[in-house]
Design a protein around this ligand. Structure first.
Ligand code: PBG
Length: 335
């Protein structure tokens, strides 16, 4: 056999041969400052509970959360996203605890800003931790989540968080018109610097299961679902429509959620709008990775870093991940 007939026209492997040339052609990087750390917070002191369906993740009281917040700063993670575990005695039909200026979230925000003013604090705007039925909004007698009345409450909730010092409010409720309503409320009280991160394309996903265990809303929601406001996983044009509306209404950043099953949406949103685009590697994604790791089926560090890098490649500017702290530790080691 004459060897010349086998010379490939293009040798893709030439650039892959050595580390230096692999590094030269690398297109995207994952860094600690791409990460946002979501945390579950409880009332009380020195309390830490394991979340069963998310091994390694805890619900903890403010004093313990401060230690993790400091770790974020040391590692270069720019922001924390706070999710409260609300005692059942505060859950009502009208969700009035959601805008209590002395409620759990405002107290946590004040503590964090007092101790670590340079750490960005993101709060979730939605009513599910505060309603007895676990829906993100108020309901009518038939159980339907009523839009405009809910938006009024969300505005009060956003104001209470801004007053406490939240840097970013993140409406995750999927009501119509909430971004402009919240922007107006904030501006009218002179909170012109409070940023809005809109969960613009939030799907009605089964991957939120472990989160609902973590905040204790699963038992309230029961057999209920969120199909009348969260998006159908079958749709992607609709996601662009949602994102466009939220940006027009004044969102500073948009979010796609869940993450890994929706990389196509991340790419389309970034291409079409070029706005700051975030993605949420949700509780079920964490649980899948962790379960495989615990079984010895996947290597944790390389698989988690690969999953996070994939978000960057798809066009995300930042990633919410329960793996943020560990990922930042691993990244420090490799760079
Ligand atoms: C509630 C909210 C949810 C998540 C973030 N905010 C759950 C839901 O919509 O039921 C899910 C996050 C996760 O699964 O990690 N508004």
């Amino acid at each position: 056999m004459f060897p010349y007939s086998h010379f490939p026209q293009r040798r893709m492997r030439r650039m892959r041969r050595d580390k230096f040339s692999r590094n030269l052609m690398r297109e995207v990087y994952l860094r600690a400052d791409d990460l946002i750390y979501p945390v579950f917070v409880l009332d009380g002191k020195n309390r830490s509970e394991n979340v069963e369906s998310m091994p390694g993740v805890v619900r903890q009281s403010i004093d313990l959360l401060l230690i993790q917040a400091e770790r974020c700063l040391q590692l270069g993670i720019p922001a924390l996203a706070i999710f409260p575990v609300i005692d059942v005695k505060y859950k009502t039909l009208n969700a009035s605890e959601s805008y209590n200026p002395d409620g759990l979230v405002p107290r946590v925000v004040r503590q964090l800003k007092l101790n670590f003013p340079e750490l960005g604090i993101i709060t979730d705007i939605a009513l599910d931790p505060y309603t007895i039925h676990g829906q993100d909004g108020l309901i009518d007698p038939s159980g339907y989540v009523i839009n405009d009345e809910t938006v009024d409450v969300l505005c009060q909730q956003a104001l209470a968080h801004a007053q406490a010092g939240a840097d970013i409010v993140a409406p995750s409720d999927m009501m119509d018109g909430r971004i402009s309503a919240i922007r107006n409320s904030l501006d009218s009280q002179k909170f012109i610097h409070t940023r809005i991160l809109a969960y613009a394309a939030k799907y009605a996903s089964s991957f939120y299961g472990p989160f609902r265990d973590a905040v204790g809303s699963a038992k309230n929601l029961g057999a209920g679902n969120k199909y009348t406001y969260q998006m159908d996983p079958a749709n992607s044009d609709e996601a662009l429509w949602e994102v466009g509306l939220d940006l027009d209404e004044g969102a500073d950043m948009v979010m796609i959620k869940p993450g890994m099953p929706y990389l196509d949406i991340v790419r389309r949103v970034k291409d079409q709008f070029g706005a700051p685009t975030f993605v949420y590697q949700v509780s079920g994604e964490y649980a899948m990775l962790k379960a495989s790791v615990i079984n010895g089926w996947l290597n944790e560090e390389s698989c988690v870093l690969e999953s996070l890098l994939a978000f960057k490649r798809a066009g995300a500017d930042g990633i919410l991940s329960y793996y943020a702290l560990e990922a930042a530790e691993w990244l420090k080691k490799t760079t």
